[in-house]
Design a protein around this ligand. Structure first.
Ligand code: GUN
Length: 288
């Protein structure tokens, strides 16, 4: 039995349509949603991601402010820019594209973003709210994955879910979102023992390793009818690939997301959604 392809482009376009309407409503009330991005250095992949985020913003009517900083930017210079953007009332969302050059601390940098402008959900305040089940601004890729499950009516209650990633952007926030849906979550990483068995025993496998030389999720590793969400995007032989071969895994899975066209478009759609949410938050604070 061939499974169903989880179409991230389709689901992202429905999220974007809702965002477009919310942007119009905000504009009619005099609020022009605006996202500021900060890109440090000349990492080509990061530059492409940021360019795509700007394009998507323009597509739904969100303004953008583009800050490109040299690779030699000091922590002090970064902190100064963040402080300026935090106090600029015309900016509603702030995104610092990761990874950062070595001299810039990821925590030192992201924790300085004002929590109400934290469209990546990376500040300690928003991470804390997420763990308490009270977050408003949540990490984009994990919330995009939940949106995919909802669209395809995939019930998470009581499901065994293996997440192969433990990063602040993916594995950790996803753990909380899945737990809130009453899934039983196993967070796996490079030191996990018996990964093959964990995958085989799981109803849902969400994989985000991104290095085919270290890991490939093969059909032999999943059980018949399992659900596979592939979050990895890496360049391999001039092609974008995930952690598994979609054409092979879909022969055994009941649902699987392809790369490209799966989770990637959802990350951007949820960033747009968070920006509109941040603009609404700022408005309610200004009005109070
Ligand atoms: N680098 C890779 N993915 C992301 C993301 O979702 N947000 C940020 N800020 N940087 C990233």
């Amino acid at each position: 039995m061939v499974g169903t392809k989880i179409d991230g482009v389709l689901v992202a376009s429905s999220v974007k349509e809702r965002v477009r309407n919310a942007v119009s409503e905000l504009k009619s009330r005099g609020v022009e949603p605006c996202l500021a991005t900060i890109l440090v250095g000349d990492n080509q992949a990061s530059a492409t991601y940021v360019k795509n985020k700007h394009k998507a913003c323009a597509d739904v009517g969100i303004l953008t402010k583009d800050h490109k900083l040299p690779a030699t930017t000091s922590q002090e210079e970064m902190n100064e820019l963040l402080s300026t953007l935090n106090s600029d009332e015309s900016i509603h969302g702030i995104l610092v594209q990761l990874p950062l050059p070595k001299q810039l601390g990821e925590f030192e940098t992201t924790s300085r973003i004002s929590p109400i402008k934290d469209v990546d959900g990376l500040t300690p305040y928003n991470v804390g709210l997420l763990s308490l089940g009270k977050a408003i601004l949540k990490a984009c890729t994990p919330s995009g994955i939940i949106e995919l499950f909802d669209y395809y009516k995939i019930d998470l209650e009581g499901k065994n879910v293996a997440v192969i990633n433990r990063s602040n952007l993916l594995g950790k926030p996803l753990y909380h979102l899945l737990l809130q849906r009453n899934a039983t979550v196993t967070t796996c990483h490079s030191k996990t023992k018996n990964l093959q068995k964990i995958c085989h025993d799981s109803d849902i496998i969400i994989t985000g390793v991104g290095d085919r030389t270290r890991f490939t999720l093969t059909p032999e590793m999943i059980h018949d009818g399992a659900i596979v969400i592939d979050v990895a995007t890496t360049r391999h032989d001039e092609k974008l690939v995930g952690d598994c071969d979609f054409d092979k895994i879909i022969q055994k899975a009941s649902f699987a997301s392809p790369v490209p066209g799966g989770v990637g478009p959802m990350t951007i759609a949820m960033l747009l959604k968070n920006t509109v949410t941040a603009a609404s938050l700022s408005e309610s604070i200004v009005r109070r």
